[in-house]
Structures are given as C-alpha cells and as structure tokens.
Design a protein around this ligand. Structure first.
Ligand SMILES: [Mg+2]
Length: 403
C-alpha cells in the first residue's frame, strides 16, 4: 500500500480548522485534523512533509511519525510542524482502522472502559471561531450561531442555572474560566480585591445551587504570573474545585512545581505541550497531577498514547482535550477508551450538539454525563458531503506529479 495523494481542506467560516486526507493506491482514505494557524499547517504539509510521505506505506505509522518529527525545526512543541504531523498521524490511524475494519480504539489496544465520564467545557457556539484567537475577545458570546447552550455567558452570569441545567442532563463536571477578564485587564500581573470577588461569584453560585454535586475544573489559559496564580488558587480552595488548569505559561516545570506545592488542588497540564518530553520534565518535578493532551497538537495518536503511558508510569490520570474540531474530538474519544488511566473526557455541548454536526457524519454518543465508544472502522467520522460543496472551501493537493 502506498500514499498517492495528500489533500488539505479549509473553510473561511471555521478559519482555524484544517483537515487532511491521506489517499492511497488501495482507495482507502484516512482523515485527520488540527486547529490554529491553518495556513501555516497547510504550507508545512505540502511544502515539507508531502515529499517525505508520498509513495510511503501509510501503515508504517511509527516510522512516518519519526520521519515527520525528526526535522531540525520540529522541536518538541505545539508549533505548526507538530500540528501538521498530528493531523497526518491521526489520518494514518484512521486509515489503519479502515484497512483492518476495526475502530481506532481497537487498533490502539482495545477498550479499557465501557463508558467514560465527560465534563462540559462551558464555551458557547462561537467560541474560538474568530480569526484572531485571543483570550476573552474570542468569546464571541451570542455572535453568529445561537442556541440553548451559550454556556460561556452562562457561567459568567448565571452559573447556578447552568450547573442545574448540566445536572439535569446528567453532566456532573464543568470547566469555567472566570479569571480570564482580570488577567487580560491586568496583563496577568496582579488581581485586586474587586476583581477577585467578581471572579469568585460563579463558584459561589454553583455551590449554593447544587452543593457538592458538581465538579468544577478551573481553566486559567496560562495567563497569570506565579504569585498571582498562587493567590487565586488559595482564594478558590474553599469551593473545592476539581483541578486548576494551566495557571501559568507551561514553560517552566520548576515554576509549576512551586505552584503545585502551594495548593492541595490538583494541577492539570497541559494541552499546550507538544511531544512527551516536556511532560516528562513536569512529571519528574511533581508539577502535574492530571495529564491533559491535545492529540491534534502534541503529535497525534502515536504520541498521545505514549504521553498517557508516561502519565500512568507516574501514577497520574490522563484527560484528553477537546475544544477545537469534530475529528480531533473523535480521535480523543478513541484514545480515551484505549488508555487504562483515562480519568475523564473533555467535551463542549455547544460544539457536539452544534457546529460539529454541520461538518462531520457522526459525533460521539454522549448520554447522561458519559461518552460511549465510537462505532465503525477507523475514527468512525467522515466529512459531510456538504463540506465539499461549500463556497468558502479551499482544497490543496500534493501528488508525486506535483512535487
Ligand atoms: Mg484547557
């Protein structure tokens, strides 16, 4: 079997999402995805990776992974080189599953769980849908698509009602980020008493409305310096949050270790890390309790399962990221099911009940607060026919002839 064509697809509307389709001489096609800086990813795939991949056996997944990431400029990161390789790697696993007529979770070792608990990341329909992704300005509350799950507006203004609504759907964990506005206002340097009080309001409302029936994950988007992050951590502790995610930039295991020592709350890190090496540095210093990975950024399923194994080696739980696109979500769910130490799967109901359905043929089944294994060969998702007919679609193709 040989790779005969590499195709990338992007739309203007979902500006940061890019899909890659790996075509083969047997007719089987693999689908992958990544998110952010789609133009840079597209260029890297066609200008640098295509020549290395065309004509190769797509089932030599480990070797191709090495081939893509052994470039001098592809140092451990979530940079364009890693995002491009991640999308292709996911497409190769999809292809592998299709060739063997098995779901990707089976190809990764088989089911470790019948169902996995999900938490709802309380984003709204238009979150991260802008070209210029910047904290707070990317919230886009009530701009564009509308529906009942404008959950970002929900946690900022009526967190009590939101918590009750989630519980009604059986969802017992929610992630919120009410500290982002003061972080942007003060450049992450400090928080004043008024801002602290305002940012704590959602926690107060949730605990008042639902007691301890709801786990609360707190996302900080790496916006704070270390002393401010520690001060905020102490202030939220009385509300018994489940974890603190990315309080500072994830470039200093020493600083994160200091943070982790300062609070009894679990530290979750980090979708912003690429490859297993920075995770090793964090784990060695006891800086992280919950290992979060975005498969579309950190090196695909090939790297993601190694990161999960690394976490298990340190007796830490694994929690795959989702807040980007529908193929990445499906890949995360397959990975979650195949790893023994999966704690919980991230999900965004405004996405999986909203725009994901415009783009792909299937989304993972989520019922009563749990996600169930995907069915069918490969990832079990394809781009919908409508995607190929969109006027805002750009397709770029590499073949042996075009090199
Ligand atoms: Mg996150």
């Amino acid at each position: 079997m040989k790779i005969t064509k590499i195709e990338t697809l992007r739309t203007q509307e979902f500006f940061n999402v890019i899909w890659v389709r790996i075509h083969t001489d047997s007719g089987v096609v693999g689908l992958g995805e990544t998110f952010y800086g789609a133009g840079a990813v597209e260029a890297h795939i066609h200008e640098t990776l295509a020549i290395r991949l065309l004509g190769q056996n797509p089932l030599h997944i480990e070797a191709l992974h090495k081939e893509m990431l052994n470039l001098p400029m592809a140092q451990s990161s979530t940079g364009a080189e890693y995002r491009a390789a991640s999308a292709i790697d996911i497409a190769l696993w999809d292809l592998f599953g299709k060739v063997c007529n098995q779901p990707v979770h089976q190809m990764l070792g088989g089911l470790c769980h019948d169902k996995i608990r999900v938490y709802n990341t309380c984003a709204g329909y238009n979150y991260v849908r802008s070209k210029n992704i910047k904290p707070v300005s990317n919230w886009q509350i009530n701009k564009g698509q509308e529906g009942p799950y404008e959950d970002l507006d929900g946690f900022m203004n009526r967190a009590d009602e939101l918590a009750l609504d989630l519980l009604e759907q059986g969802i017992t964990a929610m992630k919120i980020w009410p500290f982002d506005p003061p972080a942007i206002e003060n450049k992450g340097l400090f928080i004043d008493a008024r801002q602290m009080k305002k940012s704590l309001e959602p926690f107060e409302k949730i605990r008042k409305a639902v007691g301890d029936k709801m786990d609360i994950m707190v996302e900080f988007h790496s916006l704070w310096n270390l002393p401010a992050a520690k001060e905020i951590a102490r202030a939220i502790e009385p509300y018994a949050p489940r974890w603190y995610e990315d309080p500072i930039r994830m470039n200093s295991p020493q600083a994160l270790a200091e943070y982790a020592r300062s609070t009894p709350v679990w530290v979750c890190a980090s979708e912003t890390l690429g490859s297993r090496y920075p995770y090793k540095d964090m784990l060695e210093r006891d800086a992280v309790h919950v290992v979060m990975v975005d498969l579309c950024w950190s090196g695909g399923l090939t790297e993601g399962r190694k990161i999960a194994a690394l976490a298990e080696t340190w007796h830490r739980p694994f929690a795959p990221h989702d807040c980007i696109g529908p193929v990445g979500f499906a890949a995360a769910v397959h990975c979650s099911f195949s790893q023994p130490n999966t704690l919980i799967q991230e999900s965004v109901r405004a996405f999986y009940k909203g725009w994901y359905n415009e783009l792909v043929t299937a989304v993972p089944r989520i019922e009563n607060g749990y996600v169930f294994p995907m069915e069918g060969p490969g990832l079990g998702v394809e781009l919908r026919d409508e995607v190929f007919e969109r006027e805002d679609l750009t397709i770029r193709v590499s073949t042996p002839e075009s090199l």
